[in-house]
Ligand binder design. Sequence first.
Ligand SMILES: NC(=O)C1=CN([C@@H]2O[C@H](COP(=O)(O)OP(=O)(O)OC[C@H]3O[C@@H](n4cnc5c(N)ncnc54)[C@H](OP(=O)(O)O)[C@@H]3O)[C@@H](O)[C@H]2O)C=CC1
Ligand SMILES: O=C(OP(=O)(O)O)[C@H](O)COP(=O)(O)O
Length: 355
Amino acid sequence: MIRVGVNGYGTIGKRVADAVAAQADMELVGVTKASPDYGVEAAARRGYDLYAAVEDRTDEFAAAGVDLAGAIGDLLDAVDVVVDCAPSGVGERNAPVYEAHDTKAVFQGGEDAAVADASFNARGRFEAARGADSVRVVSCNTTALSRLLAPLDETYGVEKARVTLVRRGGDPNETDRGPINDIVPDPATVPSHHGPDVNEILPDVTVDTAALKAPVTGMHTHSVNVTLETDPDPAAVRDLLADESRIFLVPEGAGIDGAGALKEYAADAGRPRGDLWENCVWEESISVTGRDLYLFQNVHQEADVVPENVDAIRAMASDVDAAESVARTNETLGVGLDSRLADGELVRTELPADD
Ligand SMILES: NC(=O)C1=CN([C@@H]2O[C@H](COP(=O)(O)OP(=O)(O)OC[C@H]3O[C@@H](n4cnc5c(N)ncnc54)[C@H](OP(=O)(O)O)[C@@H]3O)[C@@H](O)[C@H]2O)C=CC1
Ligand SMILES: O=C(OP(=O)(O)O)[C@H](O)COP(=O)(O)O
């Protein structure tokens, strides 16, 4: 049993906590918050022990009537692995504390690659994390690009990938984020961090990335152009991507025309919080001109890194191999949207006949 703590019960942390709690080979020992706001209620409802993320802020929790199981140091002493889900840049400051407690740590993509021994994606870089003391799960956009480019490179060889990322301005609960009336280059320079970060996972793939921020909160959108080393057949590319367990082909003709409908589809499918853990590749966008492949994919920023965090924990703290870990994670979370529309198997409910 791998004992796990989640440091930072925010957008990513609350999802990682639920995913860890669902694993038969892991025990969620507890989660932390920096402040006693509404998030503590969600943890309490789920029965998660709560710890103070910052040692000298325990009084604030007592004043708010929130019971703590302890502070971060107590949590670190009780776990084998801590998953740092603190705000971007804070993870780097937390790293020496994890080292002092001799606790293995998983960091998130808001940190620089140098924060950890290895960058992680289950599709391309599971073994690099084997036994490591620290790993960094790459960012949501980088995770999605790695999942897409790995099978394309293995099957056709990637000569060069060019990706334009339209990033969501902020998460739905981030009232202070923007833009609210513009689309801004972010960053204005090329490449954005995503290309170099993909190379932390797939060092031999040549990829240029340019990024913008748009006034939406639901998902990121990628416009992808990959020049392959051999001529691809669009139907074969479709089948290749359909075989990837963490890629969902948005069925042509399903009437899912954007992120709003995709999120609705996920909620209707019973997904917790409407989460989409998979890359969502628009099936009808898969087009080929010579050796150039084009497609659009959407990325649910709050969700796609969650299964990767679970696999990163296994890679660091067990001898389970990549295929088995991914299978276990997918099975327990329910990763792999199975569209009956795509298979032509949609079950129609007969409406009662009029009297
Ligand atoms: N949101 C996203 O779309 C994605 C984010 N990431 C990365 O994941 C990481 C977390 O991001 P996200 O979940 O959005 O952030 P949030 O702001 O939603 O959550 C951060 C959490 O960390 C807590 N916290 C604050 N200070 C500390 C501290 N010193 N030590 C430990 N925890 C602390 C906060 O507590 P409190 O709530 O009490 O303030 C909060 O619960 C970042 O590196 C980010 O770049 C990666 C992929 C996607
Ligand atoms: O990891 C993310 O995006 P990224 O892959 O563009 O860095 C998350 O969506 C967080 O991005 P943010 O830094 O805009 O909050």
